[in-house]
Design a protein around this ligand. Structure first.
Ligand code: FAD
Length: 376
């Protein structure tokens, strides 16, 4: 069994992986350039779901991920996970048709999805105002939920320490060292060296940069997202709402988290998250149309997150590059963090491959590149 393990990145994925490794008896150091949960995990809509995930094996992994949040919360006693379901309806006939196709597939796959009437929607969300003609077909997914990603990151880091792991924050890894082709440790910006015989890169959107330090190429196609958080008050909604005008879910202290996809395109990596951004006002206006109790509230915080997305859209999980180097990166990492942490730690500690991860091995990118160069 590997004895000394460094996990780079204390987001939903790195925190979960480090926790399960430490609980499994490894000597673990969890390193982050910033604070736990303040990377993408803390700037995420953070909806736990497998609502539109294909192919089937990816869907199944996400379903396990949703359930693992309940297990983790029960174990750690955290307050970051909020099951309660998700409702969704669409504004156009074309979008309604696509929703019908999705719900039929989900039901066929045994997912907890059903149609509800407008009266049930009013009972679920008494503060919601909707156009009855628009909301003709309403899907409800009772097992979905949302997470406070920053609280999750903090909770996981604290649990790593309770499991006798070491957590080093504000420590950017600048090199992964190798000896004879095998990892031997990492070096931080401040010159600190941490020895390791396994290094697990969980650096979210920076995974490509960090993995390159271990000689691994992980092609990424990241995208940016803009979120607005209203000020607190009486809670306006009880669950995740995917209305055509705006996506909304509750947040701590009665705040609401808002997202409209089109405003993702209004930000760049250089945009400073600020409540004066045009998208923030627009999201608040759209959300107040759904929840009149939001009229008079303002946007308290804007968050910009970078989705870590491997080039083909699926997770990249497994050994790659120098011996002893392992990578874990995916979109939907809030949903998947706890289950990936459990499976990855087991693979590393036992040396046994888990079939659930076989479709997601990161060397698939090299195989495609090799095939292209042979055929060219
Ligand atoms: C707008 C938006 C909406 C989203 N919505 C959802 C959703 O509804 N549901 C869902 O499941 N997922 C969603 N996602 C995706 C999800 O948030 C991410 O997949 C997940 O947070 C990734 O977690 P992570 O631990 O891999 O990365 P992160 O949370 O980014 O953690 C990586 C950590 O690595 C650290 N790091 C990076 N480089 C170094 C280095 N050199 N040295 C040391 N530390 C380093 C960073 O500081 C960071 O803390 C969304 C993302 C965005 C942006």
């Amino acid at each position: 069994m590997a004895t000394e393990i460094v996990v780079i990145g204390a987001g939903a994925i790195g925190g979960s992986t480090a926790l399960r490794l430490a609980q499994g008896g490894a000597r673990v150091t969890l390193l982050d350039a910033g604070q736990p949960g303040y990377g993408t995990s803390g700037s995420s809509f953070a909806w736990t779901n497998s609502c539109g995930k294909t192919p089937r094996h990816y869907h199944d992994l996400n379903v396990e991920g949703m359930r693992e949040h309940g297990v983790l919360t029960q174990e750690l006693g955290g307050d970051w996970y909020h099951p309660g379901g998700n409702v969704e309806w669409k504004a156009t006939d074309e979008a309604r048709w696509a929703l019908r196709v999705k719900v039929e597939r989900l039901i066929e796959w045994g997912y907890n999805a059903r149609w509800i009437g407008q009266d049930e929607l009013r009972e679920l969300e008494p503060g919601l105002r909707f156009d009855p003609d628009e909301a003709r077909e309403i899907a409800f997914y009772p097992e979905e939920g949302w997470v406070n990603g920053r609280a999750l990151g903090r909770g996981l880091a604290a649990a790593v320490e309770r499991a006798s792991g070491t957590v080093l924050l504000g420590q950017r890894v600048t090199a992964i060292e190798t000896a004879g082709g095998t990892v031997s440790g990492v070096v931080t910006e401040g010159g600190q060296r941490v020895a390791a015989d396994v290094v697990v890169t969980c650096a979210g959107p920076r995974t490509d940069t960090v993995a390159r330090m271990a000689g691994a190429d992980i092609p990424m196609a990241n995208t940016l997202g803009l979120l607005a958080l209203t000020g607190g008050g009486e809670p306006v909604t009880h669950r995740v709402i995917h209305a055509p005008a705006c996506h909304v879910h509750p947040y701590d202290n009665g705040a609401a988290m808002l997202h409209i996809e089109q405003y993702d395109h209004s930000v760049t990596r250089d945009t400073v998250p600020d409540v004066s951004l045009e998208g923030c006002d627009a999201m608040l206006a759209a959300a107040a149309g759904l929840f009149p109790a939001l009229v008079g509230r303002s946007v308290a915080e804007a968050r910009i997150g970078e989705r870590p997305i491997p080039k083909d859209g699926l997770p990249a999980v497994g050994k790659i590059g120098a011996d002893g180097h392992y990578v874990v990166v995916t979109h939907s990492g809030i949903t998947l963090g706890p289950i990936l942490g459990r499976i990855v730690a087991s693979e590393i500690l036992t040396g046994t491959s888990d079939p659930r991860l076989e479709p997601f091995r990161p060397d698939r990118f090299q195989k495609v590149a090799a095939a292209v160069s042979i055929s060219a």
